[in-house]
Design a binder for this molecule. Structure first.
Ligand code: PMP
Length: 457
């Protein structure tokens, strides 16, 4: 097995193009091969155990190695394997799952559309927004507003929504249906002397001006992660969402909550919208829906959207959108088993409690660190903002690669955290089952790593 593994490691770069990865680094260092996982711990090809404080890619909410999920998958695989859901085909698992999801969602949500990834969920929503307004005769409402440092996926349309330059620079992107507005981050975007409330009002005013300039009749929706995840774990200032929402409503622009990271308990409630008092017209979810065990997404929509589509259907016939794997019975079975664990083990409440402990510990250990400007987030998501100079708010020089070096030092000490180099931040988003002892280990390792990188010892 060991020899076999060495040869697999050597072959990796010969046969694979890795997503969001550097070919140069792969050729120099080989792959980061993970061979098994349990709870919040993953094991690499050398048998080394690592505390995964990112939960894979912010997604393994119930932790690794859950037998109930494997059993549910096996049972559905044996009973049906696969059947499509086009042309009104269905399966019992997707019906039960949609019903369960709606029972947890904000009350205005009444219908679900299934896909396979966060990107295709947002892609679907773009098309649904176009479809909805076209059916109402508002054919020009095709543009979408999205924020700097938002992350909504990497397909052609959703990479366009994503407000991180790295996802555009190698491609002719973003497409011009996207209108960009400011990232709601007070620390980096607030002006000298400005209060957080004034900052908030300025952001809303900017959106109002953007709408005025482009014309409300040309704008369909505003995309927002309740808390930006990959863009730096950023929560907007207090009052932002209520003000944004009334502005959008006044201009007949829909609000889309991208809950791909915030959904399924991470913030201490089922959905981020419930934590941040958002009343969206659509929600995009994926990741925690199956805890990453199966690629699956769910789009939530309101009755109003559906009623318009129902009338449209009488005129147009079929809604011509969907995927081979929409409503996949194995995915739906895993998602049901996953949600059952979240309910049975009280993981939503636990995420709130362990999250509070995580934030307290981070604050106590590194809150006053001269190179830590902010510890952001809530529940089991956290962003540690590194800073070169606290007094002048000077962010780290990207050439110094502090986030990457901190993540590497953590890794050396047995803990995986996620570096967000473009925003000088370290992200933490562990399984919701992470224990307090594991949180202690994470915080202590992170403190030492930040010390060694920023003080150079
Ligand atoms: N939206 C958000 C908020 C995300 O964090 C991600 C993935 N990190 C996506 C969408 C895209 O999901 P996927 O990679 O499954 O396409």
């Amino acid at each position: 097995m060991k020899e076999n593994m060495a040869s697999l490691m050597a072959k990796d770069a010969e046969v694979l193009l890795h997503p969001a990865s550097s070919i140069t680094a792969l050729l120099a260092n080989g792959p980061d091969m993970i061979t098994s996982a349990k709870g919040s711990t993953v094991t690499d090809a050398n048998g080394r155990e690592l505390l995964d404080a990112v939960g894979g890619l912010w997604c393994v909410n119930v932790g690794y190695g859950r037998k109930e999920l494997a059993d549910a998958m096996q049972q559905a695989a044996q009973q049906i394997s696969y059947y499509h859901t086009f042309s009104n085909a269905s399966n019992p698992w997707q019906v039960a799952l949609a019903e369960k999801l709606l029972s947890k969602a904000p009350e205005q949500m009444t219908k679900i559309f299934f896909g396979s990834s966060g990107s295709d969920a947002n892609d679907t929503i773009i098309k649904l927004v176009w479809h909805y307004f076209a059916l109402k005769g508002q054919h020009s409402k095709t543009k979408m507003i999205a924020r700097e440092q938002g992350y909504h996926g990497t397909s052609i349309s959703t990479a366009s929504l994503t407000g991180l330059g790295g996802f555009h620079k190698e491609f002719p992107l973003p497409l011009d249906f996207v209108l960009r507005t400011e990232c709601p981050h007070f620390y980096t975007r607030g002006k000298a002397g400005e209060t957080e409330e004034q900052f908030c009002d300025r952001l809303i005013d900017e959106v109002a001006q953007l709408i005025e300039r482009e014309g409300a009749e040309n704008i369909g929706a505003f995309f927002a992660e309740p808390i930006h995840a990959a863009g730096g774990v950023i929560e907007p200032p207090k009052g932002y969402y209520p003000k944004l929402q009334s502005l959008l409503k006044a201009n007949d622009i829909l609000l889309v909550a991208d809950e791909v990271v915030c959904g399924y308990g991470r913030l201490g409630k089922w959905f981020g919208s419930q934590v941040l008092d958002i009343k969206p017209d659509f929600m995009a979810t994926a990741k925690g829906l199956t805890s990453g065990y199966f690629p699956m997404s769910a789009v939530f929509m309101t009755q109003d959207i559906w009623e318009v589509m129902k009338l449209g259907s009488e005129k147009l016939g079929a809604f011509s959108h969907g995927y081979t794997y929409s409503g996949h019975p194995i995915g739906a079975a895993v998602a049901l088993a996953n949600l059952e664990i979240i309910e049975k083990e009280g993981l939503v409440e636990l995420a709130g409690e362990t999250g509070r402990y995580l934030h307290e510990q981070l604050q106590a250990e590194i809150g006053d660190h001269p190179h830590v400007a902010e510890i952001r987030g809530r529940g089991l998501i956290a962003g540690v903002q590194l800073v070169a100079n606290k007094a002048s708010k000077l962010l780290p020089d990207p050439a110094e690669k502090w986030p990457l070096k901190v993540a590497n030092a953590c890794r050396e000490a047995g803990v995986i955290v996620r570096p967000l180099p473009s925003v000088g931040t370290i992200a933490i988003s562990p399984p919701l089952v992470i224990t307090r002892e594991e949180v202690d280990q994470l915080v202590s390792v992170l403190k030492q790593a930040i010390d060694s990188v920023t003080f150079g010892n």
